[in-house]
Design a protein around this ligand. Sequence first.
Ligand SMILES: CSC[C@@H](O)[C@@H](O)C(=O)COP(=O)(O)O
Length: 368
Amino acid sequence: MKVDGKHFRSIWRERDGWSVGAIDQRRLPHEFVIAKLTSCEDAAVAIRDMLVRGAPLIGATAAYGMALAMREDASDAGLKRAYETLVVARPTAINLKWALDEMRAALAPIDPVERAEAAYARADEIVEQDVEINRGIAGNGLKLIEAIAAKKPGEVVNVLTHCNAGWLATVDWGTATAPIYLAHERGIKVHVWVDETRPRNQGASLTAWELGHHGVPHTVIPDNTGGHLMQHGMVDLAIVGTDRVAANGDVCNKIGTYLKALAAHDNGVPFYVALPSPTIDFAVHDGIRDIPIEQRSGLEVTDMTGRTADGRFETVRIVPEGSPVANYAFDVTPARLVTGLITERGVLKPDRASLADAFPERIAAAAE
Ligand SMILES: CSC[C@@H](O)[C@@H](O)C(=O)COP(=O)(O)O
């Protein structure tokens, strides 16, 4: 997508052919800084410290992390070590394990001398596949937006989204944002309500930044505003992303998503979840019970960092010293609150039969 008119992806192979470039998302929206990853450890730290984040991008970064590892040590032991280092970098997004399993399946059977080249080739494929998948999501989600636009000719379609499931969270296009970008490109009047998404503010800092760079009308709202807007008919549909979809259609996404789904249900607002197929985890049968929920540092809750008018970064504490805090990074929305799953193969009902019908190969992978 575009940054000041120039095309960027969130991650890429550098011109030297081996190192990996990525946008340092911790610095947005204030500074556009490119980080260079040169080792498996760099990739693991980038994921853990959220220099890169968003389920599909975590997967893509891990894939390149494996390629970087194969330059260092392509032995069986090196392969195992790289897998084990990367797979624990963050616990909730299943795309991380999916990408690493893909890499291991491609590399384990071949001669170690061929592994580095093969690893880069497979990582490049994973990256290109993500872009193709998101194009598919864009087309399928567009139909939903078009249907709403057709019912209110000349009026704006209001979409609410949570966190950042935009192009920064994927390789390009995004998942939740892909249909929005396509609708905007096609001349449909869309406006996005952007949940700020405490505590890390991925909505306020990243989604708003992306939408602004593409000229998509949007309004950043405090996280607690969505219910009020829905009660007053100011939201036509919600589209969010996800870090893991269980076999029963339960959806895990950034903390606060569940509350938005409840409000949407209470107000008859369609609540859609956009996802690429690597986000489906057929090994988890009950999302609420079995998806691991990441807990992050309490500092993300107690402290806020921003930039002052004179350009300095400042961190301030907003919680009394000594008050305990909790920082659950994700929650699970039960399938019954989800109107539909927007995938690259169509808009599906959130249940096992529909997921299995559309993605039989993912069931086979979970059984391995
Ligand atoms: C297409 S990204 C889908 C999800 O990964 C996204 O909605 C989200 O919750 C990101 O969380 P983050 O903690 O910023 O990695």
